[in-house]
Design a protein around this ligand. Structure first.
Ligand SMILES: [Zn+2]
Length: 483
């Protein structure tokens, strides 16, 4: 099993570890805690999940971000959205864990998440993906699975107000007030408890940012184990679980917040019952799991003398700089992190003019206080195997064909946000708080030991997660499959 806790920074788990004496404690009694390092600067959900299931960073997976500008189509598409609007792994260039187990007759691969991209991408091009669809207030699948409609009917979504499990503990554990500076809330929730979904714009959508969202995914996973007979025979099955609510809660309130603490304490309890269910349904010692994350997150910018920038600010600055050379016009099609795309009109300018405009744009972006590094994508993309250090990290971030013309990287402590969606914190950069995540390996044939209280000192390159899982399953690593 691949168990993903969406937006789970290593630093935040280390801060909380001592308070977690339930499911996490059990995982650390049976498993080995390492620090994982994401290989690229695309520390975002879609590239992160693609990497976990395929072993390939954006330069080879083709999954650049959660959504990106398609120059030939002239529009933005989500990572799992095809030109015709259908949902699937259309843009994923490589196979995933679902493809790897599909070589065995009768093998099953199931991915379950609140987010469609997190359910689909780790599997690759085969397997059953199940995600939450607020339009039907229930779980939806890419496959015809007969039990899901019954499951939705028997488990109606009825979100109750979110109040802390133990409010008295939270000030001491978090060291902050419930309304620490910078908290924005999520999905229409405010900065402080209680969080009543009935008072938000859309209570069924608000589930994304509540511990209930994690419960829904784990409840559905337990049902899928029964209904799809996962782990019932000797043929390898793979189950991917991704807890998206953890990500929304991080964005809304920050990992230092009461909300993040309460969500982690609840998850600690829920993981304990989930793992007990695994023992009962699949059999103790008959399952193995990697618990990890698609990316980390920044501490609140208020704590690190950092700040927030919007993608729109970058686009306006880039267009103004280009206009200073080319005259007023729409010279930038898109500037959503991490890359800036010149418009067709800009690219059609005479070579010398375009070169001066490019230089001007690079200088303009370099002058932002929160931007660390700006360069041409062409200077870092391609031939990653021959590059080292930061240049290699940048190389693995970009697809020479699909990425934009210029890239930019936020400085330490600075986060990118969308104009109409302010956040407490975010992720996506090449800084360590975004790249380092816990990796708990719970291998087959394990023996219990004293629960670990700190990670091993070595780092695991996150490209290894998919091959390790494939090895445990006795199937070829996705990268070894014929393309
Ligand atoms: Zn994520």
């Amino acid at each position: 099993m691949l168990f993903v806790i969406d937006q789970w920074p290593e630093w935040s788990f280390e801060d909380k570890r001592a308070a977690l004496d339930g499911g996490f404690d059990r995982l650390l009694r049976e498993g080995e805690w390492h620090v994982g390092r994401h290989p690229s600067a695309a520390t975002l959900t879609a590239p992160g999940h693609a990497l976990l299931g395929t072993g390939e960073p954006p330069a080879r997976s083709g999954i650049l971000a959660n959504e990106w500008w398609h120059r030939d189509l002239g529009r933005v598409l989500r990572a799992v959205e095809a030109e015709d609007g259908s949902i699937g792994a259309r843009w994923l260039r490589v196979p995933g864990l679902g493809d790897a187990v599909a070589m065995h007759d009768g093998a099953k691969a199931v991915g379950i998440s609140m987010k469609e991209r997190a359910a689909i991408l780790p599997l690759g091009h085969r397997g059953i993906a199940i995600w939450y669809d607020p339009k039907i207030a229930g779980m939806k699948s890419n496959s015809e699975i007969a039990w899901l409609a019954d499951y939705n009917r028997d488990h109606p979504i009825a979100p109750q107000p979110w109040t802390p499990l133990d409010a008295a503990r939270l000030p001491g554990l978090s060291g902050v007030a419930d309304d620490q500076p910078g908290e924005t809330g999520e999905k229409g929730f405010g900065a402080t408890f209680p969080h009543d979904p009935a008072k938000t714009r859309d209570p069924v959508d608000a589930v994304f940012a509540m511990p209930l969202g994690n419960e829904l995914v784990l409840d559905t996973a337990t049902a899928a184990i029964d209904r799809e007979h996962l782990g019932a025979d000797e043929v390898p099955d793979v189950l991917v679980i991704s807890l998206s609510a953890h990500d929304y809660i991080g964005h809304g309130w920050g990992h230092e917040s009461w909300e993040a603490w309460d969500a982690e304490l609840r998850l600690d309890q829920r993981i304990a019952t989930f793992v007990d269910d695994l023992d009962r349904k699949v059999g103790a010692g008959r399952w193995a799991m990697i618990v990890t994350s698609d990316h980390g997150a920044s501490p609140m910018p208020e704590r690190s003398q950092g700040g927030r920038l919007t993608h729109h600010q970058i686009q306006v600055a880039a267009n103004n700089a280009a206009s200073a050379v080319l005259g007023q016009g729409d010279w930038i099609d898109n500037a959503h992190y991490p890359s800036v795309y010149f418009s067709k009109a800009a690219l059609a300018q005479p070579k010398g003019e375009l070169a001066s405009a490019t230089k001007r744009v690079i200088n303009a972006l370099r002058s932002f206080p929160g931007i660390d590094r700006v360069d041409l994508v062409a200077n870092v993309a391609g031939h990653c195997e021959s590059r080292t250090g930061i240049t290699r990290t940048l190389c693995l971030t970009f697809d020479p064909e699909r990425s934009g013309d210029i890239f930019y990287m936020p400085a330490k402590g600075w986060i990118m946000e969308t104009e109409d969606e302010p956040v407490a914190t975010a992720h996506g950069s090449m800084n360590d708080y975004d790249r380092l995540v816990p990796v708990i390996l719970i291998p087959p044939g394990r023996h219990a030991h004293d629960p670990q209280t700190a990670p091993a000192t070595d780092e695991i390159d996150m490209v290894r997660i998919a091959p390790i899982l494939a090895g445990w399953l006795g199937v070829p690593a996705p990268s070894q499959l014929p393309r």
